[in-house]
Design a binder for this molecule. Structure first.
Ligand SMILES: *Cc1c(COP(=O)(O)O)cnc(C)c1O
Length: 412
């Protein structure tokens, strides 16, 4: 292939597998299931274990099918390398476990995916201080920085209220203060936005969502952008302070996070996710266009009190979303009129499915307060702007007229 930097995102992605000449001239990367590997010369086995030679040793740490997916996502995110995990949560948990120590402080968005919020609360039990701040404001993040602050974690578009973080402002701040900047890009995906463009050190994607796109496999990915200066980071163990300094952080995550924690992505799941990822741009464009039309429809419907979607001009970060992202996403939420029972509404929907996932080809709807944000309690929900009659929608790729018709009849 020619220099693949000359190619567009979609072409590069479709042809990614052939870059490292797959066996027998196959067009699609095979599913490799072998857990262990051998070498003609036993010394090579030792060299691989010692990191002196590239190669595979054990399936918890590396697998050719998973590696092909890592390469693919690295190219999408314009990073230097990626590390796959069994789920998005495993990617987040293993990364922070590997990079933080007791006595460190981290700043996280106050509007996080529910399980990420729960995980960060658990970190407090291990001596890590966590401040949850409004990341739509870089000033709020700046005010939370302390002497022991190590990193800032934010999502791009928050779920379910769709706040858009000040991604560029926080990027500048992290650079000034030498902080690791972790951006969870799940809601936007590398098709709509590349966090490397705002100075992110690492990008997290839950592959389960739009990248896989078909609700048939779980996976998570950590992409290293190569922008962070690890020589200034005390938490890197001496054993990993060798070789290319750009890779010290990822090396520690691969050893202490992936290898020791063991939340490895399996090859079958990697294959499903890789096939799904080939159509990410097509699905995402269509889902975003559907979301925009559905949001406009809901916004003018008398039975809906409020619509949360960054593509609407009254959204508080509408301009920011339009300047940062190619399109404004496929996630939106609505507050139903007080006299509509949210469960009756969901039961009346015929095309739209009541379910928890995001980024599926099908449109999914969930009553937020009663499900995904139930555990955190009413007080924290109220602080996040989540009311009892809020429905979150993950808009799919159906014919838009069918979606509009389904909403009309369910609201009638
Ligand atoms: C779903 C999700 C995760 C977790 O991903 P899993 O693959 O379900 O573990 C993390 N962050 C965001 C923003 C998500 O939507």
């Amino acid at each position: 292939m020619n220099n693949d930097n000359d190619q567009g995102f979609i072409t590069r992605n479709l042809h990614a597998d052939r870059a490292d000449k797959p066996e027998h001239g196959v067009l699609h990367k095979p599913i490799h299931t072998s857990v262990a590997y051998t070498y003609d010369d036993a010394r090579d086995l030792a060299a691989v274990f010692q990191g002196k030679m590239a190669g595979y040793n054990y399936g918890r740490q590396q697998n050719p099918t998973v590696n092909a997916l890592q390469t693919r996502i690295t190219k999408m995110e314009q990073g230097i390398t990626s590390t796959a995990f069994a789920t998005g949560m495993a990617a987040i948990g293993s990364t922070l476990f590997a990079l933080l120590r007791a006595g460190d402080h981290m700043i996280a968005s106050a509007f996080l995916f529910g399980n990420t919020n729960s995980l960060f609360n658990s970190f407090r039990n291990f001596g890590i201080e966590v401040s949850f701040v409004d990341t739509t404001s870089a000033d709020a993040v700046a005010a939370a920085i302390q002497g022991n602050t190590r990193l800032v974690f934010t999502e791009t578009i928050a779920n379910p209220v769709t706040q858009v973080a000040d991604l560029a402002g926080i990027g500048q701040l992290c650079q000034q203060h030498g902080l690791i900047y972790l951006v969870d890009n799940t809601m936007t995906s590398p098709w709509l936005f590349r966090p490397v463009s705002v100075g992110a050190s690492f990008v997290i994607n839950s592959l389960t969502k739009t990248i896989g796109g078909h609700g048939n496999a779980l996976g998570g990915m950590l992409t290293d952008t190569g922008l962070f200066d690890w020589s200034r980071y005390d938490n890197i163990f001496d054993t990993y302070r060798k070789g290319d300094v750009k890779l010290w952080g990822t090396t520690q995550v691969r050893k202490k996070g992936l290898r020791d924690f063991g939340a490895t992505l399996g090859p079958e799941a990697a294959h499903h996710l890789a096939v799904g990822s080939e159509t990410l741009p097509l699905r995402m464009d269509r889902a975003c266009d559907n979301a925009q039309k559905l949001a406009e429809f809901c916004d003018s419907h008398p039975r809906i009190r409020k619509v949360y979607y960054p593509g609407l001009s009254h959204h508080p970060q509408h301009e920011r979303a339009r300047s940062l992202f190619k399109k404004t996403g496929s996630i939106m939420s609505i507050d139903l009129a007080h006299d509509i029972d949210c469960f009756d509404f969901l039961n009346r929907l015929q095309c739209v499915i009541a379910s928890s996932n995001l980024g599926d080809t099908r449109t999914l709807a969930i009553p937020v307060a009663h499900t995904i944000f139930f555990e955190m309690g009413a007080e924290r929900r109220a602080s996040m702007g989540i009311g009892d009659n809020m429905i979150r929608l993950s808009v799919g790729i159906e014919d838009i007229d069918d979606l509009l018709h389904d909403f009309s009849q369910a609201l009638a």
